[in-house]
Each structure stands twice: as structure tokens, then as C-alpha cells.
Design a protein around this ligand. Structure first.
Ligand SMILES: Nc1ncnc2c1ncn2[C@@H]1O[C@H](COP(=O)(O)OP(=O)(O)O)[C@@H](O)[C@H]1O
Ligand SMILES: O=P(O)(O)O[C@H]1O[C@H](CO)[C@@H](O[C@H]2O[C@H](CO)[C@@H](O)[C@H](O)[C@H]2O)[C@H](O)[C@H]1O
Length: 493
């Protein structure tokens, strides 16, 4: 890191209790009382610079950090422990920058029960000399405090906590950090609520809040009801969504885990259970969500120019993916040809609407009352404005089809050396469930994917290209899964 900046820091002087600007350590001596937010932020920056790139949700992996600039710092609890909310701008070479949300706990004594990966270290000399800085997501007392702010609808400077009417929020429940593999961080409050803290922040309403609220207000039971959220006004535009509190689904099973469990038993028993029934129901649930979204949010129909733009955007994404994973280059001309087949002849008037945007089995939870869909944030790598654009609803269908392929490929990845029998069983499992999902989608009132094969193929390729980049950045050992799909899809063009 070449630079950390004091000048750009904009810190809120209001504090929830105590003297203005105080984040001081209660009962630990005068030198630790009434310390300013700016001083704390400056003391924390070197520790943050070391810790940030090690986090699963950090999107700048592999890129150097050229600057760390506090954007807004807000004390949410003063004393010992203290809770500091911090929006931090992280700059990369070439002018790229992202804003991250951090919730920092500060305790004079080493906190107990905090995983090593959540400890940033000890603050150096000054007011906070020797205090431990850590990711407060793992501190039940501090995350309980966050729930209280949501329950009371508090406001600190540009940070606002908002409740939905009648959400009946309790205020005295400690939170526990979710252990799920995820792009953000979540905190669970007994079996009642789950708070997602978005990590990479963009100005504007996050589609997860926007779509979940629209579906909640329309009475849909296919998503966990929205109870509250919090946001920050970064610029003059719409506030940026920082966190989303929804009902927790205590009896739910994750679709990805269910699918893997079935796939793992394929070799011993070629017909273990019948996931295809679940795949069909999931298709129906997807269609139902699409219908409600089409009723409650703007829709449009594509003209020939927009069809050209759709195909052009896919080709552009492919080109930038080739720069990240050069192994894609050999498929480039075949994949571009697939995109060029998206023409006005068969797609003019195609309806577009708001969609989930990153649908996969891990975003589907099977509950005693049927499938529920989660995480309407869209693909985290895309700019927020792009994620909020109306899209062909079949984009979600294509994404889920890729997920059946992933589950089957996961089985093969675990086998020692080539296993043709297993490969056959896995491919048959994926094909069966893909067909069942599409049939369920059509039966539920969605467009028949078989009616637009060129569109479906292009959408699947586009998703697999995204996955190639995602895996290269986050899970390089999984890269062969989308690459194998690209190879297969290229052969069909
Ligand atoms: N309302 C909920 N009830 C139960 N579990 C949930 C709920 N919301 C999320 N989860 C769990 O947390 C995981 C991550 O949630 P998700 O919204 O996908 O986060 P991210 O955007 O960070 O990936 C999900 O896969 C699921 O296991
Ligand atoms: O759930 P997220 O919003 O964090 O989505 C990202 O991570 C997903 C993996 O956790 C990733 O999904 C890809 O891997 C899944 C298996 O782990 C597979 O079922 C999906 O089909 C595949 O796309 C998703 O793409 C990414 O945005």
C-alpha cells in the first residue's frame, strides 16, 4: 500500500451514547477515553491493509492496493467493547476502486470466541494502545447491538436503520456469525432472523433489497420476508444498501447440499431418490417468482437494436474473460458465433423484466412449504446499475441449468482418474434434472426454454464464461468445471 489518507476521511461526530466523537474504552484509563473516530481509524488502517485481502468476500484479490481511504466512520457503540462502522475506499493500480463495509470491534482485553481469521491485531501506541481490533461480525454482543439499531430505526449522520411495518423485531438477541460459504457476511439471530452485511458497497439500492421488498410487498412466500435494512447516503443519489434483515428459515435445506448428497450416492445406486421431482418444483417456484416480479416491476420488449446490444455485451464479457483466463481463447470464435445467432428474426419482441440474476442451487432452500429463493443481488462482479436492468427471464433458467451441471461435475472431480461409468451416470443425472427443471418452469407459466434454443445456448455460454472468471479468482481448483462446459457448448455451435 502506498498511501493511507487522513484528508478524505469523513467521520460522523454523533455517537449513540456518551460524548460526541467518543469511541473510548470504558474503565481502561483516561488515555483511552473519549478518543476521536479519526484517530481510531488512522490507527486501524495498517491492520486493515494486512487483513482485508485475506477475506473470502474481498473482491480485489491479485491486485495491489495503492490507497486506503476512510469514506464514512460511525461509532455504533462506545465504551469497551466499542463498535465502529467503517466504509473504506480501496484503490488499485490504473484507477480502479471499491468501497467495502467493515464492522470493527475494539476491546481492551483479547476477545474470546473470535476465530483467528477475524482478528486484525493489536492497535499501536496512542489512545488505543494494546486494544484488540477484530471483525465484529463474530461478536454476539456487538451484533446484538446492531439488531437493536434496526429494531429502533436509529439514525447516525448519513447511516439510517429502517424497519418494515409490522416486522415485530426483538431487540435483545445476540447474533452468531453464519458459517456459510458466501460473498458477503451474515449474522443469525436465534432461529428468527438473518442479517446480511453487504461487503462491497455501491451507491444505490442493492437489488437484493429492491427485489426482496417488491416480492415481500406482493405477498410472495417464495422469499424470506424482509424485516429491516440499513443504508448510507454516500452521494446525492439513492442511499447505498448496507445490510438486509430477513426472516430466518430454520427448517430449510440448501438445494446445493441436497443435490450433492444425491449425486454422491449415484455410483452405489443409480436411482437414489428422485431429485427430478424437486427440480420440477424448483422450476415452478422460479416461474412463480418471475411472474410476481413481472407484475410488480418494470418490463419491456426488446427491439432489434437491443438484441444486438444483448449479443454484443456477451461478446464483450467473453473478450474480457479471455484476458483473465487465456485458456478461453481457443473457444472464442465458436462462442462469438453462438452470440451472433441472437438475431431479431426469432427474438424481436422478447420480453425482459427484473430477474434474480445469479440463480443457482445454493440460492434455493427447500422448506416444508416448498422452495424459497435467496440472494437477489445478481452477479457480484457486475456493476450495480447493470444488475438492475431488465433481462430475459430465461437468463435465470440458464443459470440454474449450469448449477445441475456443476453438481454432476463435482462428483467427477472427486474421483481418482478417469471413470467412464461415473461420467455417464453424472451426465445422465444432470440431463434428467435439467429437463425436469425446464418442464417445471414451463408448467409454472414461464416461457418454454425449448422454444428459443439459440437464446438458451447463448445464455448458458455467457454464464459459463462468468463462472470461468469467478473460479479463476476465487476457487482455481474448480476452474475445470466451467471450462468443460465451455468446451461442450462450443462443440454445439
Ligand atoms: N433466510 C435464510 N434462512 C436460512 N438460511 C439462509 C437465509 N438466507 C441465507 N441463508 C444461508 O446463508 C447462505 C448465504 O446467503 P446469501 O444470501 O446467498 O449470501 P451471499 O450473497 O453472501 O452469498 C445461503 O446459501 C443459506 O445457506
Ligand atoms: O452465492 P453467491 O452470490 O456468492 O454467488 C457466487 O458464488 C457461487 C458459488 O458459491 C457461484 O456459483 C457457482 O458455483 C456453484 C457451486 O458452488 C454452482 O452451483 C453455480 O452454478 C456456479 O455458478 C456464483 O456463480 C457466484 O456468483
Amino acid at each position: 500500500m502506498s498511501e493511507t489518507s487522513r484528508s478524505q476521511a469523513h467521520v460522523h461526530r454523533e455517537s449513540p451514547e456518551g460524548a460526541p466523537g467518543a469511541v473510548g474504552m470504558r474503565g481502561s484509563g483516561a488515555r483511552r477515553t473519549a478518543a476521536g473516530v479519526s484517530e481510531l481509524v488512522q490507527a486501524a488502517l495498517p491492520l486493515i491493509a494486512e487483513w482485508l485481502p485475506t477475506q473470502r468476500w474481498y473482491a480485489g484479490k491479485g491486485r495491489a492496493i495503492t490507497g486506503l481511504h476512510p469514506v464514512v466512520g460511525t461509532p455504533l457503540q462506545v465504551g469497551d467493547p466499542a463498535l465502529l462502522h467503517l466504509l473504506l475506499r480501496v484503490e488499485h493500480p490504473g484507477g480502479g476502486a471499491d468501497i467495502y463495509q467493515l464492522l470493527l470491534g475494539i476491546r481492551s482485553e483479547q476477545p474470546t470466541g473470535i476465530p483467528a481469521t477475524a482478528l486484525l491485531g493489536r492497535l499501536g501506541s496512542g489512545t488505543y494502545d494494546g486494544a484488540t481490533l477484530y471483525d465484529a461480525v463474530h461478536d454476539p454482543e456487538l451484533t446484538g447491538r446492531l439488531l437493536e439499531h434496526l429494531a429502533t430505526g436509529d439514525r447516525f449522520g448519513s447511516l439510517s436503520f429502517r424497519r418494515t411495518p409490522g416486522s415485530g423485531l426483538p431487540s435483545n438477541i445476540p447474533g452468531r456469525a453464519s458459517t456459510a460459504e458466501q460473498s458477503n457476511s451474515s449474522v443469525i439471530y436465534d432461529t428468527s432472523f438473518i442479517l446480511k452485511l453487504f461487503r462491497r458497497i455501491s451507491p444505490g439500492t442493492n437489488p437484493d433489497l429492491e427485489l426482496s421488498l417488491a416480492l415481500s410487498r406482493a405477498g410472495s412466500t417464495r422469499i424470506p420476508r424482509v424485516a429491516a435494512w440499513f443504508e448510507c447516503r454516500l452521494e446525492r443519489s439513492e442511499p447505498a444498501t448496507l445490510g438486509l434483515l430477513q426472516r430466518y428459515l430454520p427448517d430449510a435445506e440448501d438445494g446445493w447440499e441436497l443435490a450433492l448428497d444425491q449425486v454422491a450416492r449415484l455410483k452405489g445406486d443409480p436411482s437414489p431418490g428422485n431429485f427430478a421431482i424437486e427440480a420440477h418444483r424448483l422450476g415452478r417456484a422460479t416461474a412463480e417468482v418471475h411472474r410476481v416480479l413481472a407484475r410488480s416491476m418494470p418490463t419491456a420488449r426488446l427491439d432489434s437494436a437491443q438484441i444486438g446490444l444483448l449479443a454484443g455485451a456477451m461478446a464483450d464479457r467473453l473478450d474480457s474473460a479471455v484476458t483473465v483466463v487465456p485458456g478461453l481463447l481457443r473457444y472464442r470464435s465458436a462462442l462469438r458465433a453462438a452470440f451472433q445467432q441472437l438475431t431479431a428474426d426469432h427474438l424481436e419482441g422478447l420480453p425482459v423484466q427484473r430477474i434474480h440474476g445469479d440463480l443457482h442451487l445454493g440460492q434455493a432452500m427447500r422448506t416444508p412449504h416448498g422452495w424459497v429463493l435467496l440472494d437477489f443481488e445478481g452477479e457480484p462482479a457486475k456493476p450495480l446499475a447493470e444488475r438492475r436492468l431488465p433481462q430475459p427471464a430465461l437468463r435465470d433458467v440458464a443459470a440454474m441449468l449450469r448449477s445441475f451441471d456443476y453438481a454432476a461435475a463435482h462428483l467427477l472431480a472427486g474421483s481418482r482418474g478417469p471413470d467412464p461409468e461415473l461420467a455417464h451416470l453424472a451426465a445422465a443425472w444432470a440431463a434428467r434434472n435439467r429437463t425436469a427443471y425446464c418442464a417445471g418452469y414451463t408448467a409454472g407459466g414461464g416461457a418454454d426454454p425449448a422454444a428459443t434454443p439459440e437464446l438458451m445456448r447463448a445464455l448458458e455460454i455467457d454464464k459459463a464464461v462468468y463462472e470461468v472468471v469467478y473460479e479463476a479468482r476465487h476457487r482455481p481448483s474448480w476452474l475445470p468445471i466451467p471450462l468443460a462446459a465451455i468446451n461442450r457448448l462450443a462443440l454445439t455451435v
